[in-house]
Ligand binder design. Structure first.
Ligand code: AMP
Ligand code: MG
Length: 415
């Protein structure tokens, strides 16, 4: 049996990051930057006010906190408008958040510290200000967020919604990123029914492909659904060859275990460079990995996952997902792992394998993550695993007693 780490290292070694491309910023969400983003603009683009209030000269309101100061309201500037005149001593200009600070003023008094005095007979409006503010108060200086030439995001940054927003704010139209992986998903087996028709003896409903399509999409890839392929060599070969032409990776479920009727093995063995593994883990011991050469010489990775649904899920999590993330330029390949408390014991026997028990977990008042196994742990019992939060890593041996520390690998973000 191959230790999991060796199998992972072998697979990752053959799944290097893809060639970076220039991507429209609007299409870059979720991708990883392959080159740093350097700003060609400053943010904010001009000195502006952080509050609604009155632009003033700080010196004019130096004593306003002790005794309020009346100033002439010399105009009003809304966000989006440009000041039409500079401010002179003795004046205030009413100003809205985000509006440019008028020349001549050096601070803003909040509207909360003002009282409108109305308009005189000669048409002069006055305001009473009751706060003293230092020079620069409530002023956001041009370029105090981003300067021209600033490296905002280094290579390796994932484009989150906030990163997208910053790219928009500096008018970056394109970024250089690792492309989204296009992944073909298929399931194999004569017993699989996916059209809703009544089951005959020996037939079961297809479920792995449905799951894997979602998991591939959740990993940030584009999915190409290749459907259910019968245990027929010609059909399987045709499907795989055309998948290799239009996709960057292929995920297939079924037909990789020892005792399998050898259609998948025969076809992959013939058209791809495959390694058939027995990994020292439970579930998901059988696993196949290889590459199928495209006409242009590009090796297209193929992940041959076992057919048992739970094994398929675990195999995808441990083997396929990290490799796909590497191809998309991510540096953190695995899910969040943490040391949890086993609220129940984990019984197991010595078998040379690491067991991945599916668990539910929650944070306790002690600040620690507490886990217990889901009710059913069989590799065909997907319904219990479907509601699991994490996998507990139980090393080879006699198991763990209740209360013990246990390493867990989250299966999704903490809800
Ligand atoms: P295999 O890996 O092809 O030997 O399949 C192992 C077990 O998983 C068998 O019980 C299959 O019927 C079942 N199985 C294989 N593929 C699927 C699938 N796509 N959906 C649900 N069960 C499957
Ligand atoms: Mg099969």
């Amino acid at each position: 049996m191959t230790p999991l780490e060796d199998a992972q290292e072998f697979v990752l070694g053959q799944c290097p990051p893809q060639q970076p491309i220039e991507v429209d910023r609007r299409m870059a969400g979720g991708l990883v930057l392959a080159e740093p983003v350097v700003s060609a603009e400053i943010v904010p683009p001009f000195d502006n006010t952080a509050v609604d209030g009155y632009a003033v000269l700080a010196a004019d309101v130096a004593t306003a906190a002790q005794s309020p100061v009346d100033l002439i309201v010399a105009g009003e500037i809304a966000a989006g408008a440009a000041p039409d005149r500079p401010l002179a001593s003795g004046e205030a200009i009413r100003i809205m958040t985000g509006a440019p600070l008028p020349a001549g003023s050096d601070a803003v008094v909040m509207v909360e510290d003002s009282e409108r005095l109305g308009v005189d007979g000669d048409g002069t409006e006055r305001v009473r200000l009751s706060a003293s503010v230092p020079v620069g108060a409530a002023v956001r200086r041009a370029g105090d967020d981003v300067k021209v030439g600033d490296e905002m995001f280094p290579a390796g940054t994932r484009v989150t919604p906030a990163v997208e927003a910053v790219l928009a704010s500096v008018n970056a139209q394109t970024v250089v990123a690792y492309p989204r992986l296009r992944v073909a998903v298929l399931s194999t087996g004569d017993e699989l029914i996916d059209d809703g028709s009544p089951l005959e003896l020996g037939q079961i409903r297809e479920s792995n492909k449905t799951m894997l399509i979602g998991m591939v999409a959740e990993a940030g890839c584009e999915v190409v659904d290749l459907g259910v392929v019968r245990d027929d060599e010609t059909e399987l070969e045709n499907v795989l060859r055309s998948a290799a032409l239009e996709c960057d990776a292929i995920v297939s479920s079924g037909g990789v275990s020892m005792g399998d009727y050898d259609v998948v093995k025969a076809v992959l063995g013939r058209i791809a460079d495959m390694t058939w593994m027995q990994m020292a883990i439970k579930p998901a011991k059988p696993f196949a990995f290889g590459t199928l050469e495209r006409a242009d010489g590009t090796p297209v990775p193929i992940f041959g996952l076992p057919g048992n649904p739970v094994s398929s899920l675990v195999s995808f999590e441990l083997m396929a997902r990290p490799a796909m993330r590497r191809m998309m330029g991510h540096s953190r390949l695995t899910r969040t792992s943490l040391v949890a408390v086993a609220d129940e014991g984990f019984q197991r026997g010595v078998d040379g394998k690491v067991h991945f028990a599916r668990v539910n977990g929650e944070f306790g008042d002690d600040g620690r993550y507490h886990v217990r196994p889901v009710s059913a742990q069989g590799s065909h019992q997907l319904s219990a695993t479907a509601s699991a939060d994490a996998m507990a890593v139980i090393p080879d041996g006699e198991g763990l007693p209740a209360g013990a520390d246990v390493a867990v690998l989250l299966l999704a973000d903490l809800a």
